[in-house]
Design a binder for this molecule. Sequence first.
Ligand SMILES: Nc1ncnc2c1ncn2[C@@H]1O[C@H](COP(=O)(O)OP(=O)(O)OP(=O)(O)O)[C@@H](O)[C@H]1O
Ligand SMILES: [Mg+2]
Length: 253
Amino acid sequence: MPEAFIRISDLRKTYRMGRVEVRALDGVDLEITPNTFWVIMGPSGSGKSTLLHLLGGLDRPTSGHIEVAGQSLEAMDENDLAVFRRRFVGFIFQSFNLISSMTALDNIIFPMRFARVPRRKRRERALSILKRVGLEDRAYHRPTELSGGQQQRVAIARALINDPQLILADEPTGNLDTSSGMSVMMLLSELHRSGKTVVVVTHDHRMTQFATHTVELLDGRIVDGKNITPAGNPHPGEAVKTDGSPIEDKNHE
Ligand SMILES: Nc1ncnc2c1ncn2[C@@H]1O[C@H](COP(=O)(O)OP(=O)(O)OP(=O)(O)O)[C@@H](O)[C@H]1O
Ligand SMILES: [Mg+2]
């Protein structure tokens, strides 16, 4: 087994709203090895987005530990976290989050504004990524001049511009029709095959065909985890826990 790329232990996030306490995450443990494709499912309110936000350093846990590529997120100050997000993480959201006044190309270049890369190189890189997502002929379109699927592909290109190792996507196909959704999934799968670690929160069961691992959350806890890679699991389709050990067959307990 390769070294874990991400190690999450006893992760908890509690929101307090007056006297009401919501345990959005209630003790999550997960080990994510490099170059895997994780699909996180679970009902509304089960903590999926919360988990993704903590993983990407967009928010901080109430307690517990997250380590990414050997770095402890809790040890980072806001500045370190911002650098971590910029270098390591590409985020993709359900609602694309593109800047409407900018062209596709400028949206993609935007996250490079702090990188020490000359303007011409930025443009070249953004154009080559646009090509990779199949939109080289839409570089000068603004978001309103693109279809939903095209906007999401621009958002994916933007997530890739700093060449992050980790791609986090929260319901990336939630606002798309069936076929645009499939092309976004295939693009994410291609990123996984090219060596990225991809974690997708989705309600779309079609996504599991691309997954190496699936996780089911319920009330802030992992209730089911499967390793479905032939490489990680010598018996494909047979359930194993997220630490790689087999899940006992409940019928034989
Ligand atoms: N900022 C917040 N303040 C208070 N409670 C919050 C906050 N964010 C999330 N919660 C609560 O935490 C729980 C988990 O929310 P989360 O957004 O992670 O769910 P989810 O699994 O992503 O749901 P969905 O499928 O609807 O997107 C919910 O009960 C939610 O109401
Ligand atoms: Mg959510």
